[in-house]
Design a protein around this ligand. Structure first.
Ligand SMILES: C[S@@+](CC[C@H](N)C(=O)[O-])C[C@H]1O[C@@H](n2cnc3c(N)ncnc32)[C@H](O)[C@@H]1O
Length: 303
């Protein structure tokens, strides 16, 4: 451990979080309730680069001077690792405006990280150079850099509830909050955070996502992919990160996927012991039922 860094597992007062040291030495944090570590294998910077920035060519998309502002949803603000790495990318690649919306139940993870960063700038280094008191107070921030505008808005409430209300707006013909082009979906696992993964939630999200949206997930779980397909998304193989050979991407149009799941994958679904979509009141692993399998076969991705 580097001199001056706290012991792993150190928890603050009544905090829900504690520090964790990752295998390569970097520090991250763990939720004590869910027992899940943020960015556990390769750390926040590398994970943001591989899973979101590079996979979605965000440097090029930020640099583009044509078109509307780039709209990105950061689901699971947490300690703002993904959000701040995107903002850094936007600063380094001048072009278009950025509208970033972050979602979380609360800002407790960020406050934990900020306290540790204030004590030791080597911890959560992406938190430097930002007016956090103002952001925590106002939750809606505009920054202009060389004529380009970043608007960063926080929505601190239950994400599935918010999306259900937004889907209701779309059904009534009213515009939703914003329509994202890119979604970083970084929630705890379905076993720990069931509400964020249920099929009903994904059906609502599909209504809100509009026609030109791409989403990325760490997971490569068959059940997640089945759930996304049954919600109406197109689903593809995402790039490898850390020790995971592949992750998952989803999109509202098939042309947005460079490597869509194929017939081989569909055959594996039938053999998998945990391919049943995320329905019901709690996380459970089981094979897919015949009705759901027939629905998958009828998905336009496989026709
Ligand atoms: C793995 S952490 C996100 C890490 C974050 N992306 C970062 O870069 O630091 C998952 C986050 O999802 C949030 N979360 C869990 N359940 C939620 C819900 N129902 N609605 C909104 N956010 C939720 C948690 O509070 C937690 O901050």
């Amino acid at each position: 451990m580097q001199p001056g860094l706290p012991a792993t597992g150190a928890a603050d007062r009544d905090d829900d979080f504690c520090l964790r040291q990752l295998p390569h030495g970097e520090f991250s944090m763990q939720s004590r309730h869910e027992r899940e570590t943020f960015h556990p294998v390769i750390g926040a910077r590398r994970e943001a680069e591989l899973l979101y920035l590079e996979q979605f060519s965000l440097a090029e998309r930020c640099a583009s001077t044509t078109g509307d502002p780039l709209v990105v949803w950061d689901v699971g603000l947490g300690a703002a690792g993904n959000a701040m790495h995107l903002i850094e990318c936007w600063r380094q690649h001048p072009g278009r405006d950025l509208q970033l919306a972050s979602f979380d139940l609360r800002d407790a993870a960020l406050r934990f990280a900020l306290r540790h960063h204030a004590d030791n700038a080597a911890l959560f280094p992406w938190l430097r150079d930002w007016d956090w008191p103002r952001m925590l107070r106002e939750k809606d921030y505009r920054l202009t850099v060389q004529g380009r505008v970043l608007r960063w808005t926080w929505h601190l409430e239950d994400f599935p509830d918010l999306i259900r209300r937004q889907a209701g707006r779309v059904t009534r013909g009213e515009p939703p909050l914003t329509v994202p082009a890119i979604v970083f979906y970084d929630a705890y696992s379905p076993a720990r955070c069931w509400r964020m993964w249920q099929l009903a939630h994904w059906r609502n999200l599909r209504q809100v996502c509009g026609d030109h949206c791409e989403l990325a997930f760490h997971s490569r779980a068959t059940a997640l992919r089945v759930t996304l397909l049954l919600a109406g998304f197109y689903v593809g193989y995402g790039r490898a990160i850390g020790n995971k050979e592949e992750t998952t991407v989803a999109a509202t149009q098939p042309e947005l996927l460079s490597r869509p799941l194929n017939q081989d994958w569909l055959r594996q679904v039938k053999r998998s012991t945990s391919a049943s979509p995320f329905t019901g009141t709690a996380y459970a692993q089981q094979p897919i039922g015949e009705t759901d399998y027939q629905r998958l076969l009828a998905h336009p991705q496989f026709l």
